[in-house]
Design a protein around this ligand. Structure first.
Ligand code: SAH
Length: 492
């Protein structure tokens, strides 16, 4: 290791920065963030530095560097464009054994400033030993994405807990086991969700269990449920939060429409329970699913209830939450990309558009007792897009009702099947042709029906209309659909 990473307490200490340019002020900025008093030495100042002198009480000595400037300083930075000055600052600082950093000259640095991920009080510092600041920033980006949000809150919470735990669990090994178990359990999530009271309760239960040495993993922990949206198909559409929770789950209860790629992201040790249902042939009745959910959480497990798309859009998420509320259990809902959002984006059909549709409605096409009791009159609105979930089987009924309520037979319609997956198909037709087109599709795949003039914009946007080369020019490749997506376009 070329440099020893340490975190210095600069609160109320003095940092001398020689130079008044952009780099000098950027470095000074970082040191100031840690609470240091900044003294700039430079005949002139760039605007950023001048602003800080005016607004934030940085001191400015308006002349060239003199070794006596180092009197009373704790840290030194040289960032002028004059190599001789930089070297003079370095030499003077070394004579006094002061830590010194010279911009862009690693050989003259007794310390370097790392790239920083600041979730204060938790801070991650990344260094490449001054070799490649770009690589350091790249690594910083990777770490940034891997870290859960509100890490600072969690660090603060643990810090407050620490003195008490130190007192009540004096043995080092026991204390380490306690912290490890605490971090694996529900506490970090509770703190992130702002439920500090519940988190303190959970921490106390765990502590008591450990003190009584009854600390079996399952009983020590307070269970919790997360109702998580798995998105419409492409696993990359999962939220970062969902991904993290999947990797911490003890039990995952999942539906038929949860994409395989998402299931593959679950923690390897997690118990995977299929509770899928297809209209008609329910594997498990809704009441049993709710019961199962409650039972696992009561047993102290971290339970992820995974639902296709978004849990609160035709996902019956509300019913399962009621069961958890009745049982007095903790839960959280994590939204997902709903089929309408995913299909529209990957099919290139905007759901709203200034000139075509000022609104969009989501409807269920699932009939109860052969009846589709919807507000059909409201759908006769040329300036609004209608989206039907679960509607492929009832396409004739949807067509009949829309026509009967005055929607013109020429109204454009798109059926998006298995949207956002490798098997995506987009079938375009008109209201007139809806039933016939729907009769032609594979019923084992989920299908979304989009009705409205926005469907016509698909051509205007240049999406996959038989000219992939063009599509790539209009949309950068990373914005287009995953490889292998087929896009049948049938004449209306
Ligand atoms: N909660 C889910 C919807 C569940 S209802 C969500 O927010 O997306 C199930 C219906 O969603 C299916 O019948 C179909 O109409 C639609 N659907 C789900 N995934 C889909 C996909 N990948 N492509 C097309 N439609 C999809």
């Amino acid at each position: 290791m070329e440099f020893l990473p340490i975190f210095m307490n600069m609160r109320g200490r003095k940092a001398l920065v020689v130079g008044g340019g952009v780099i000098a002020s950027r470095k000074a900025e970082l040191v100031a963030k840690a609470g240091a008093e900044i003294i700039l030495v430079s005949p002139a100042l760039a605007p950023a530095a001048a602003d800080a002198v005016r607004d934030r009480g940085w001191r400015w000595i308006e002349r060239g560097f003199r070794p006596t400037d180092l009197d009373g300083c704790d840290l030194v930075i040289a960032a002028t464009d004059d190599e001789a000055v930089n070297r003079a600052v370095h030499d003077a600082a070394r004579t006094r054994h002061l830590p010194v950093n010279v911009a862009d000259q690693p050989a003259l640095c007794s310390f370097i400033l790392p790239a920083i991920i600041d979730r204060s009080p938790a801070v991650v510092a990344v260094s490449t030993g001054g070799r490649s600041p770009v690589l350091a920033r790249y690594v910083k980006g990777l770490v940034e994405r891997a870290l859960p949000s509100r890490l600072g809150r969690v660090a603060d919470f643990l810090g407050r807990l620490r003195p008490g735990i130190h007192r009540r669990l004096p043995e080092t090994g026991a204390r380490r086991r306690y912290w490890e178990r605490l971090l694996e359990g529900a506490v970090p999530e509770q703190v992130r969700a702002g439920q500090d009271g519940a988190a303190r309760d959970t921490a106390e239960i765990l502590l008591n269990d450990m003190l009584q040495e009854t600390a079996g993993d399952q009983t020590a922990r307070r269970g919790r449920a997360w109702l998580v949206g798995a998105g419409p198909g492409d696993p990359e559409l999962l939220t970062l939060k969902a991904q993290r929770l999947l990797q911490q789950a003890d039990v995952v209860l999942f539906d038929r429409l949860v994409p395989l790629g998402v299931l593959e992201m679950c923690r390897r040790e997690a118990e995977m329970v299929y509770v899928g249902k297809r209209s008609g042939d329910h594997v498990l009745p809704q009441a049993h699913i709710s019961e199962l959910l409650v039972r696992h959480v009561e047993a102290g497990r971290r339970v992820v209830r995974l639902k296709g798309g978004d849990p609160f859009i035709f996902g019956r998420g509300g019913e399962e939450l009621e069961a958890l509320v009745e049982a007095g259990l903790d839960f959280e809902v994590v939204p997902g990309v709903s089929a309408a959002n995913g299909c529209a984006a990957y099919a290139g059909i905007p759901l709203t558009h200034r000139d075509h549709a000022q609104g969009v409605s989501f409807w269920t096409g699932h009939a109860r007792d052969g009846e589709l009791d919807l507000d059909w009159a409201a759908m006769n609105n040329p300036r609004q897009t209608q989206v039907f979930y679960m509607g492929a089987g009832n396409a004739p009924l949807i067509r009949e009702n829309l026509l009967a309520h005055g929607v013109p037979p020429t109204m454009p319609v798109a059926l998006v099947q298995a949207g956002t997956t490798d098997a995506q198909r987009v079938l375009r037709t008109s209201l007139h042709g809806l039933a016939e087109t729907a009769a032609d599709i594979d019923r084992s795949l989920p299908t979304l029906i989009i009705v409205g003039s926005v469907v016509n914009l698909r051509r205007g946007l240049g999406w996959f209309e038989g000219n992939a080369g063009n599509a790539a020019a209009v949309f950068p490749p990373h914005l287009s659909a995953p490889p292998g997506v087929t896009n049948d376009v049938r004449p209306a």
